[in-house]
Ligand binder design. Structure first.
Ligand code: NAD
Ligand code: WQD
Length: 340
């Protein structure tokens, strides 16, 4: 069975390639390399000891997608390709609607024409917006507060409408919390361009000496130490959740052929707890300053994990120290990321 992985050269996609190759599937990657490098794919092949097929192209190019779905006789699609930076989405909303919404629409149209109707989609906990109660269950209201989150919700709605229109579709929507970490081999990991937006890559760059100190956005939240609390999940657990979700598609019937599931650990850690954990893993001091809150941030966000356990028979296994140790291993082996 051949799976098309869009955005497969990216951070999460490259780990997903390894998991699906290891599970015996053939993998075709479609990526426009706007935020990645083919080195991640060569490394994924090295880890798994198997070859994949790489097609450089854009999900918005419907004809290309349709041709490669047919040529490679793909049976399912895992759709990671898109833009993901919240701040950037407020400055360039049209680029986000184009890549994420129009891109997914073209991909779905190509899938419909090629007769491929099994899909796993990368959504985000950001679709919930400000938590009204914690932990966040899948039934929580959906009220994203930035353009990025709205593109994810529009795609989710499009997928629910599509599934309702035709029982032949089988769709899994996965709402990720905060993916961090790297493959234990240290061969693949997160390689952000420019100044990292997210906490873990920023901490990593302070530990490795690329940046002087971390700005901690707010120490006056109503949390145990005043800093923001999030549900960090190891990227390898996350992609194993995709494999389980893919298997779960075959248990869906025509009346209930689309699900949305949280992928998180259910545990929340504060910014200062992340700093301490990374100091232990790296044996380095992480200098930091407290600065005002970042606009749009919430105090706490963590997942209810029951539905994932029940529907996918999946729960995250790796702990915070694994997330930090594997990140540090990746950075030490690749101080300049894939450009080494
Ligand atoms: P990433 O940027 O590392 O990977 C995305 C990949 O898609 C890149 O390789 C990029 O080159 C490619 N791409 C972008 N637009 C494309 C297009 N139009 N056509 C073809 N390829 C295209 O990001 P990631 O962290 O691996 O995230 C993957 C997915 O997971 C995204 O959809 C993102 O929104 C979602 N997600 C990520 C996080 C996170 O914190 N990393 C959290 C929740 C959801
Ligand atoms: C985590 C905590 C910050 C950086 C974002 C997206 C979300 C999802 C995951 C894609 C917060 C604090 C951060 C720094 C800090 N992505 N922080 N200094 O905001 O939970 O989620 O990434 O779907 O949609 O919104 O993650 O890593 O940016 O922040 O103090 O330099 O770290 O305030 O409390 P966030 P993050």
């Amino acid at each position: 069975m051949t799976i098309l992985i869009t955005g497969g050269a990216g951070y999460i996609g490259s780990h997903c390639c390894v998991t699906f190759l290891d599970a015996g599937y053939d993998v075709v990657v479609l990526d426009n390399l706007s935020n990645s490098n083919t080195a991640s794919l060569t490394r994924a092949e090295e880890i798994s000891g198997r070859k994949l097929v790489f097609e450089q192209g854009d999900v918005r190019d419907q004809a290309t997608v349709e041709t490669l779905l047919k040529r490679h006789e793909c049976t399912a699609v895992i759709h990671f390709a898109g833009l993901k930076a919240v701040g950037e989405s407020t400055r360039y909303p049209l680029a986000y609607y184009d890549n994420n919404v129009i891109g997914t629409h073209r991909l779905l149209s190509a899938m419909a024409n090629a007769g491929v109707r099994d899909l796993i989609f990368s959504s985000s906990a950001t679709v919930y917006g400000e938590p009204q109660q914690l932990p966040l269950t899948e039934e929580h209201s959906l009220n994203p507060v930035n353009p990025y989150g709205r593109t994810k919700l529009i795609v989710e709605d499009m997928l629910r409408d599509l599934a309702a229109s035709d029982p032949g579709w089988r769709i899994g929507i996965l709402r990720y919390f905060n993916p961090v970490g790297a493959h234990a081999s240290g061969l693949i990991g997160e390689d952000p361009l420019g100044v990292p937006n997210n906490l873990m890559p920023f901490i990593t760059q302070v530990a490795s000496g690329r940046r002087e100190k971390l700005n901690v956005f707010g120490n006056d939240y109503e949390t145990r130490d005043g800093t923001g609390v999030r549900d960090y999940i190891h990227v390898v657990d996350l992609v194993e959740g995709h494999l389980r979700a893919y298997h779960a598609l075959s248990n869906l019937d025509g009346r209930d052929n689309c699900f949305a599931v949280n992928l998180g650990t259910g545990d929340g850690y504060s910014v200062l707890e992340m700093v301490k954990a990374f100091e232990r893993a790296s044996n380095r001091i992480i200098s930091y300053d407290f600065v005002p809150r970042r606009a749009g941030d919430v105090a706490e966000c963590f997942a209810d994990t029951k539905k994932a356990q029940e529907l996918l028979s999946w729960s995250a296994e790796r702990e915070l120290h694994n997330m930090c140790e594997d990140t540090w291993n990746w950075v030490c082996k690749n101080p300049k990321g894939y450009s080494d």
